[in-house]
Design a protein around this ligand. Structure first.
Ligand SMILES: [Fe+2]
Ligand SMILES: [Fe+2]
Length: 160
């Protein structure tokens, strides 16, 4: 990103890069948890659950990539050591299910993390609206996918 392009970003660049890096770390943690659960999920209908988890894991990895690109464009660097991902994230590691066939626990873990992600991108979108068009667009694009993830898993909840 050139001098002029950076100049027109109407928010504190250092702070914005930090916000984006925290989200970047969240994405890696979510990717790891979803991917891991997809590998080990067990029980009746495990293939479908595995497919769902793999699908959203792939999205989170893509989000991490999009955030890394934006951070670099803004003149920053994303977290470079895996051991620091949990430390630099907004939220703690979402965790994985204790019982491999406990779909309700999986769904609960996913819904909670997706709700947190929606909050994170909503905040970044509000902060950059009218001030940094590219980051704003990225935040709303990712938020839209997190909303889809939340909905996908909410629809799996057992109806009472
Ligand atoms: Fe994501
Ligand atoms: Fe997500």
């Amino acid at each position: 990103m050139g001098k002029k392009a950076r100049e027109i970003v109407g928010v504190d660049l250092k702070e914005l890069i930090k916000d984006l890096d925290r989200a970047y770390c969240d994405e890696w943690l979510a990717y790891y948890a979803w991917w891991y659960m997809a590998q080990v999920v067990d029980g009746k209908g495990y293939e479908d659950m595995g497919e769902f988890l793999n699908k959203i894991a792939k999205d989170e990895l893509e989000h991490a990539q999009e955030l890394a690109e934006r951070i670099v464009e803004l003149g920053g660097l994303p977290t470079n050591v895996p051991g620091n991902l949990a430390k630099n994230a907004n939220a703690p590691y979402p965790g994985v299910m204790k019982n491999l066939h406990d779909y309700n626990e999986i769904i609960k873990i996913v819904i909670e993390a997706e709700a947190g992600a929606i909050d994170v991108y909503n905040k970044i979108a509000k902060k950059t609206f009218g001030k940094d068009h590219d980051t704003y667009q990225l935040a709303t694009h990712i938020m839209g996918e997190e909303i889809t993830h939340e909905e996908m898993f909410e629809n799996l909840l057992e109806k009472k």
